[in-house]
Design a protein around this ligand. Structure first.
Ligand code: ZN
Ligand code: ZN
Length: 330
C-alpha cells in the first residue's frame, strides 16, 4: 500500500468508529508487535490492508471496509479487529493452561497430563464468557492479575499457548484480508491460492445448498484456507527452515493447528451462547458451522504438511478440545 493510502486509513478508521460508537483499543500495541515479529506475513497483509483494533459492537469478530484513497484514488482495505474477541482468545488460553499438570517434551514428543478441573475453575470460565457476552472486561490492563495465576504452569506450556494465541490472532487477521483480495491478485502471491478455491467449491458442492448460500460458504472457507497457507509459508521463512523436511512441516502445521483451534474455541463459545437453538437447516446459515470450518482446515493442513502416518499434527488442538470439555461439562 502507498503511504497516502495508509494515511487515509486513519481517516476512515476514525469515521467508522464515530458512526459505530466504537473506540480504539490498547490491544493495537499487541497486534502491532506480533505483526512486527511475523514481518513477512505482515508484508502480505499490508499489501492490501491496514489493520486496526477497536472495541466494536457485541459479537462482531472483525470487519473489513474497502475505501478509496483521497489522494491517489486507489482502493485499499481497512481491517478492524474486535478487541473483545482477541481478549477472549487470550483469556481462554490463560485459563486452559491452568487445567494442565504436566507439559513436557520427551524425545520431541509432547507429553501432557491434565488436572481435574474443579468447580471454582469452571465458574471462572463461565464468568469470563459472560463478561464477554455482556460487554464487560475489555482491557489487558484490568486483567494483569490473570498473569499471576499461571505462575505454576510449566514454561514450555506457557510458550506453546502463547504461540497458539499469536497464531489465532494472525489467522483471524489473515481471514479478513483474504476476503478482500481478488482472484487475479491471489494468483500473483502463489498459484496454490487458486487451487484452494477449486477445492472448497468441490467441498461445498457436497452440501446441496442454495447457490447464494453455497457462494457465502465458499468465500468463508476460502478465507480460512488462504490465511492458513499464508501463515504456513511465511512461518517457515521466518524460522529459516526448509519445508522439504517432514519434521519442520509437522511442527509448523501443529503450531498453526493449535492457533486455529484456539480461535475456533473462542468463536464456538460465542456462537453457543448467542445462538443456543442450533438450526438443522444448513441453508439458513450464512457462515459454515465452526465444526465444518475446522474439518476443512484440518484436511487442508494435512494436505500441505504431509505428516508421517504415526504423527498427529492435531495433538495440541486435541488437547485444547479436551480441556474445553473439562471446563464446560456439568
Ligand atoms: Zn493513496
Ligand atoms: Zn469471513
Amino acid at each position: 500500500m502507498q503511504a497516502c493510502c495508509v494515511n487515509h486509513a486513519e481517516v476512515v478508521f476514525k469515521g467508522l468508529l464515530e458512526k459505530k460508537e466504537g473506540v480504539p483499543s490498547e490491544l493495537q500495541v499487541f497486534v502491532n508487535r506480533i505483526l512486527k515479529d511475523h514481518s513477512l506475513f505482515a508484508k502480505y497483509i499490508r499489501m492490501y490492508a491496514e489493520v486496526r483494533v477497536a472495541i466494536l459492537k457485541k459479537y462482531v469478530t472483525a470487519q473489513a471496509t474497502i475505501y478509496r484513497c483521497s489522494n491517489c484514488e486507489g482502493d485499499s482495505t481497512l481491517i478492524i479487529l474486535s478487541a473483545p474477541l482477541l481478549l477472549l482468545i487470550w483469556r481462554i488460553s490463560m485459563l486452559f493452561m491452568r487445567g494442565i499438570n504436566k507439559w513436557e517434551l520427551n524425545d520431541k514428543k509432547l507429553i501432557v497430563d491434565f488436572k481435574s478441573v474443579d468447580g471454582a475453575l469452571k465458574s471462572e470460565f463461565k464468568e469470563m464468557i459472560d463478561e464477554y457476552l455482556n460487554g464487560g472486561e475489555r482491557s489487558f490492563l484490568t486483567l494483569s492479575h490473570e498473569i499471576e495465576k499461571v505462575k505454576e504452569v510449566p514454561k514450555v506450556c506457557l510458550e506453546d499457548f502463547h504461540y497458539a494465541d499469536v497464531f489465532a490472532n494472525l489467522w483471524v487477521m489473515g481471514h479478513e484480508v483474504a476476503h478482500t483480495i481478488s482472484e487475479d491478485k491471489l494468483s500473483q502471491v502463489t498459484s496454490e491460492l487458486l487451487e484452494i478455491r477449486k477445492a472448497t467449491a468441490k467441498f461445498v458442492d457436497l452440501y446441496d445448498l442454495y447457490p447464494s448460500v453455497a457462494h457465502e460458504w465458499e468465500e468463508e472457507l476460502n478465507a480460512d484456507l488462504i490465511a492458513l497457507l499464508l501463515l504456513y509459508l511465511t512461518e517457515a521463512k521466518r524460522l529459516k527452515v526448509d519445508l522439504e523436511d517432514v519434521l519442520v512441516r509437522e511442527t509448523i502445521a501443529s503450531k498453526i493447528a493449535g492457533g486455529v483451534a484456539l480461535a475456533c474455541e473462542a468463536m464456538y463459545h460465542i456462537v453457543r451462547n448467542v445462538y443456543p437453538e442450533n438450526t438443522k437447516d444448513l441453508n439458513e446459515l450464512k457462515h459454515p458451522p465452526l465444526e465444518i470450518r475446522w474439518q476443512v482446515v484440518k484436511s487442508y493442513l494435512m494436505q500441505i504438511s504431509r505428516p508421517r502416518a504415526n504423527v498427529s499434527i492435531f495433538y495440541f488442538a486435541d488437547v485444547i478440545s479436551r480441556i474445553s470439555f473439562s471446563f464446560t461439562d456439568q
